[in-house]
Write a protein that binds this ligand. Structure first.
Ligand code: SF4
Length: 92
């Protein structure tokens, strides 16, 4: 089953260590403010609070590992269909 997932970062809790950007630089990047943001389709950083971007299937493991290792517990991966968090601090 390949359900579409998306990911967003709660910058309020981000420590800026950059683990996510090491694991999945295609999805995460640190901005000059020292915080991590997700990238949109055109590689632009999405800076609106709560902005989400699709998780490409080939990068799913890297994104999940990022969420698991994130020291700030601030990477949230959720199903697009119903918005339920499947990996991250609010996952069941
Ligand atoms: S792993 Fe978490 S705390 Fe670290 S830079 Fe990424 S979002 Fe921020």
């Amino acid at each position: 089953m390949n359900e579409a997932l998306e990911v967003w970062i709660d910058q309020g809790l981000c420590t800026g260590d950059g683990i996510c950007a090491q694991y999945a630089p295609e999805v995460f990047e640190l901005d000059i403010d020292g915080l991590a943001y997700v990238k949109g389709a055109d590689d632009e950083l999405l800076q609106e609070p709560g902005a989400a971007t699709p998780v490409p299937l080939p990068l799913l493991t890297d994104v999940i590992d990022s969420a698991k290792e994130c020291p700030g517990d601030c990477i949230h991966v959720r199903r697009v269909a119903d918005g339920v968090e499947v990996y991250g601090p609010d996952a069941g």
